[in-house]
Design a protein around this ligand. Sequence first.
Ligand code: UD1
Length: 421
Amino acid sequence: MDSIVVTGGGELRGEIPIAGAKNACLTLMPATLLSDEPLTLTNAPRLSDIVTMTTLLASLGAEVTSLQDGKVLAMSSHDINNLTADYDIVRKMRASILVLGPLLARAGQAVVSLPGGCAIGARPVDLHLKGLEALGARLDLRDGYVHAEARGGLKGAVVDFPFASVGATENVLMAATLAKGTTVLNNAAREPEIVDLAQCLRSMGAEIDGEGTSTITIEGVDRLHGATHPVVADRIELGTYMLAPAIAGGEVECIGGRMDLVRAFCEKLDAAGIEVTETQRGLKVARRNGRVRAVDVVTEPFPGFPTDLQAQMMALMCTAEGTSVLEEKIFENRFMHAPELLRMGAKIDVHGGHATVTGVERLKGAPVMATDLRASVSLILAGLAAEGETVVSRVYHLDRGYEHVVRKLSSCGARIERISA
Ligand code: UD1
C-alpha cells in the first residue's frame, strides 16, 4: 500500500489549479441515466470515486468514455439494459445511491443496494427513499436492496425534507425532472453542487426554479435531451489548498477558486489572521504575521462552514495561538483524525460532537494513518507544518478525492513524495 511522506518546515509559494468538484461530478454522472441522448461533462476531476461511478453506470448499460486524460466524460445512456445496482459496487461509495432516482424516473423501476455504514457515521438514506415515495414510487427493502417501482411514472408532489440532505435533494430533484406535474422540494439543501446539478439538468431541458435556496420547484417534462456541462470548481479541494500556506506559511494562489463557494470558511481564515484576496484567476492566500489565532468552528449545511473542511481546519488550529472549539453538527463520528494528530504532538480533547484544540508552537512528524478522505489530507497539512518527517499510510482514501496532491503541493515548494510499498 502506498504512503505519502511529508517533510515539514518550509513555506509554500506558487499556484495550484483547482479541479472540478468530486461531489458535483458524482451527481452529474447519474444524470446521464435520465436521457437517451449523450451528456458530456467537462472539467471533471481525475479521481478513484469517478472511476467507481463509471463502473456503476457501465454495469447498467451506460457508455462512459473518458477523454482528454479524464477531464472530459462523454456519456450515453441510450441502451440501459440492467436496472440493478449491485452491492459490490455500491458498498465502495455511498454516492452510488444517486442512480436510484434517475433509473426510476427513466425506466419506472430500479433495484439499488443500500450503501451501508461508513467510517464517519451511520449515514442512512431514509430521506432519499421518503422523497421518492412522495413522488409515487413503491419501495420495498429486501436482502439489503431497495426494490423501487413506479410503473405508471412518477408524479409531482410536495416533499418536505426534515433535514437539508445534499444527496436526498439531488436524488429527488433528478427524479422530479421526468415526473408528471409539479414537484416542490421544501428544506432542500443549498450546496453549490446542487446549483450545478440544476444548471446541467436545465441545459438538458428540465424546468427547475429556486436552486440555491431552500425551496426548489420542478415542472416535470416528457423527456430530457443531450447537453455539455462544465463541472463547478471543487470548494473542498479549494479550501484544503487554501489551508496549505495558512499552516505552512507563505503565499499560494488557488487558480479557479471562487469566494462565493467558500465564504463562511474565508470568514474563519480572516479571524485566524490569514489574508485572502480575490484575483483575476482565483483566490490568493497568505500568512504573513507569525502564528495564526485560534477560532471556533461549527459545521453546518451550506452556506455554513462545511463538514468536509473540518478535519483540515483542525490541523490548522493545532498550530494556532490559543484554544479553539470545533463542533461537528453534520456527522456523528467525524473526529477520527484527532488521535492521529495527537501522535504529532497536538493537544486535542474530543467530547461528543465537540473537539477542544489547544494550539502548540510546533507539531512533530510521526507515522500516521488516514482513516477517511478528509482526515487523510488533514494529516498531510499537519505534516507541512511539522518538524521532521510525517508518513501518512492508507492513502487510497486520498485518491478518492484529491487528484495529483503530491504534484500540486510540491510545485509550491512542499517536500512531499509518494512511496509505493
Ligand atoms: C454529501 C457529500 C459529503 C458531505 C455531505 C455534507 C457527496 C457525494 N457527498 O454527502 O462529502 O460531507 O454531503 O455536506 O456529495 N442523512 C439522513 N438520512 C438521509 C440522508 C442523510 O439521516 O437519507 C443524514 C446523514 O447521516 C448526515 C446528514 O444527514 O448526518 C447529512 O447528510 P447528507 O447531506 O445527505 O450528505 P451526503 O449527501 O451523504
